[in-house]
Design a protein. Structure first.
Length: 675
């Protein structure tokens, strides 16, 4: 990495006074954010304003502990990264307070007080604004197109007292965990999917939303869809701007920033395996149908909305930007992000920690000094402490075990006969650097600083060929988590390789010659534009034909039924455990019940959560799918405290039901068990 010269630190707080113009602009931004939350989510003005203040205090002010407030006064991107890093720090403190059995607000308050105590009034002013350059405007616009799907999807999921629709199967589970953390007074929070169930999980993103909810009174789905997701998207873009500026300031921003925002080919899906045969067919036959089919495989291009993937992408870019700037800005930000990433997305944390360790080891060997090992050891220690505190200390059974399995990724690719396509995807990601290499812009001439970023990309692949995880819940008689999720460790590799490419190109861009620059620019645009076009197409589907969007679920009918059930003091059972997306093909994952209002369900999710008692609950669940009401149902209701029965009418259920009916709709009915 090739950091820019640092701007001098102001010797005093005199320059920290905020001018009237800047204050007016940021006040207008706060009013616009509040108005947007009220208008898009149909939320109250007071909770909306409280959410904006919570983001400012727990994000911007608390973030001064990780980013020197004197450094980001002239950098809006750095201020956005600081804000999200501060929110993550606050969320970890919030979870730590729950873990220690303390009032929830003590953790966030301690972080806020520490930031003010350390920096005084310097922690408060927002950054000054400057007029952007034309290439920066184009870069932000193109990157914003790529990031549009999660933001637009979130706006569609936000209106009203509950989310009217869901566009990704992971969103209801995410919102459920926010509900559980809002109500929790200990760690881990009790599952709303399974009464009495508790699990250790990467709750960092959920905790960010929960802190905003508890501090402001905003509804959980409003905090997720109108605050957290847009902030993560903006932070991701800001981190890309910072990293591009550090690695390749001479390369036009409209080439570099969108490249870092694009995560495709994802290496989770085989990109060229899906595109190349269809491209050949389209060229040979003149029929664009096959290409349209590939374009509508939304996950292939990484445009489907997933809040934790957006958060992981932000962490990777922000950590790389922090490492690139560490010689002038210090190690606090990157070490914190790498050390606590396990609280946001565990596979991404493994990729970051392993990549950072290998990169710093290279620097130590190359520089014949142990000093580069110090931040790596601190990050590893923080990673261990975080994992130990939130996964080992809680008295809950372990769900996964890491085992030694040499060649896991290689055998996986061989088994699917996709090793060649995987290599093609990696070569495509490296193609701009290879063009520069063939033009004699070698790694040696570009500088040794490019090698650590390549090692960042190599490390996750090494990890996947040495270790794997095993699900310990298979013996519970349910499916449990898909062990194939371990391969998500490879998902940050495209971002690492894009950063490596920029680190190779940056130092010799102007001296490479017009032909080389043109070839490289063409490849970079070919990497970005297809994803941008697919993103536009998907955004249009979300707005105009939501039924065709990725994993679409309409919540309005079930939401009207659940609105008749009190949230507090109830325990809901149902006859239908299917999730409605994609023609109800996901069984044992009825996540709408806990996600819409935060109801406590008896047991509606046997895929993500499995416990020793899950087999027994499945047997009881089968009683509600029988044709005839039985005394066993009454006995189970008395034993387990069932209060309400949600019936989907077009799915098997007893007839008649000898309970008081409190709601009757076209698709659902709700009955109340006797007290």
């Amino acid at each position: 990495m090739n950091p820019e010269p640092a701007s001098p630190v102001p010797p005093s707080d005199a320059c920290l006074a905020i001018d009237v113009r800047t204050a007016a602009i940021w006040l207008s931004v706060a009013v616009a954010m509040t108005t947007g939350i009220v208008w898009c989510g149909e939320a109250g003005v007071v909770p909306a304003a409280g959410a904006v203040l919570a983001v400012y205090g727990f994000g911007h002010v608390s973030g001064a502990l990780l980013v020197d407030p004197r450094r980001d006064r002239a950098s809006v991107p750095l201020a956005l990264v600081r804000l999200l890093a501060g929110l993550l720090l606050t969320s970890v403190a919030f979870l730590l307070a729950l873990l220690l059995g303390l009032p929830w607000h003590l953790g966030p308050a301690a972080v806020l007080v520490a930031a003010v105590g350390l920096h005084g009034r310097a922690a408060f002013p927002p950054p000054r604004l400057r007029a952007p350059r034309l290439d920066e405007v184009v870069a932000v616009a193109l990157a914003a197109v790529v990031l549009a799907p999660p933001v637009i999807s979130s706006l569609e999921m936000a209106p009203g007292a509950f989310a009217p629709v869901f566009f990704n199967v992971d969103f209801p589970y995410f919102v459920e965990k926010v509900h559980s953390l809002v109500a929790a007074d200990s760690y881990p929070p009790e599952s709303l999917s399974v009464a009495g169930g508790q699990r250790s999980y990467h709750f960092g993103g959920h905790a960010m939303a929960a802190v905003i909810v508890r501090a402001s009174g905003l509804l959980p789905h409003h905090a997720v869809f109108l605050v957290l997701v847009p902030l993560l998207a903006a932070g991701l873009l800001a981190a890309a701007c910072l990293l591009a500026r550090r690695l390749s300031p001479a390369v036009p921003a409209w080439l570099t920033v969108p490249l870092l925002v694009v995560p495709a080919p994802t290496l989770w899906y085989d990109g060229w395996a899906a595109v190349w045969p269809r491209l050949v067919d389209a060229v040979s036959t003149g029929d664009l149908g096959p290409l349209n089919t590939a374009a509508e495989n939304w996950e292939l291009w990484g445009v489907t909305p997933n809040v934790q993937n957006v958060a992981a992408h932000f962490l990777v870019l922000a950590a790389l930007a922090g490492v690139a700037a560490a010689t002038s800005e210090g190690w606090r930000l990157p070490v914190f992000l790498i050390g606590t990433a396990v609280m946001v997305k565990s596979p991404a944390a493994v990729a970051l920690a392993s990549g950072f360790s290998l990169a710093q080891a290279w620097r130590a060997v190359d520089g014949r000094s142990v000093r580069p090992l110090v931040p790596a050891l601190v990050a590893a220690a923080l990673f261990g402490v975080t994992f130990g505190a939130f996964w080992i200390l809680p008295a809950v059974p372990a769900e996964m075990r890491t085992v030694f399995q040499p060649g896991f990724l290689i055998e996986y690719l061989r088994g699917r006969e996709t090793a060649g396509w995987f290599a093609a995807d990696v070569l495509w990601l490296l193609l701009p650097a290879l063009i520069a290499w063939m033009a004699a812009v070698t790694l040696r001439r570009a500088g040794r600083d490019a090698v650590p970023l390549l090692l960042f990309a190599v490390a996750p692949i090494v990890v996947l060929n040495v270790l794997r995880t095993v699900d310990l819940r298979r013996g519970y008689g349910v499916s449990g988590m898909n062990e194939d999720d371990w391969r998500q460790v490879v998902m940050p590799v495209p971002v690492f390789l894009h950063a490596f490419v920029l680190s190779v190109l940056g130092p010799r861009w102007m001296s490479a010659g017009r032909l080389v620059r043109g070839l490289v620019a063409g490849v970079l645009l070919m990497s970005v534009l297809p994803v941008a076009l697919v993103a536009v197409r998907y955004a249009q589907v979300v707005v105009s034909k939501p039924d065709n969007a990725h994993e679409f679920a309409d919540n309005r009918a079930i939401g009207a039924a659940l609105a008749a059930v009190p949230v507090s003091g109830t325990l809901v059972v149902t006859n239908d455990l299917r999730y409605p997306a994609d023609g109800f093909r996901r069984e044992n994952r009825q996540m709408q019940i806990p996600a819409l209002f935060g109801h406590q369900a008896f047991a509606v999710n046997y895929f993500y959560e499995a416990y020793p008692f899950s087999r027994t609950r499945q047997e009881l669940q089968a009683l509600l799918e029988a044709d005839v009401w039985s005394g066993e149902i009454d006995a189970a209701a008395r034993e387990h405290g069932w209060t309400h029965l949600l019936i989907r009418k077009d799915y098997p259920h007893p007839r008649p039901i000898p309970l008081e009916r409190v709601f009757d709709g076209d698709e659902y009915a709700v009955y109340r068990f006797p007290d």
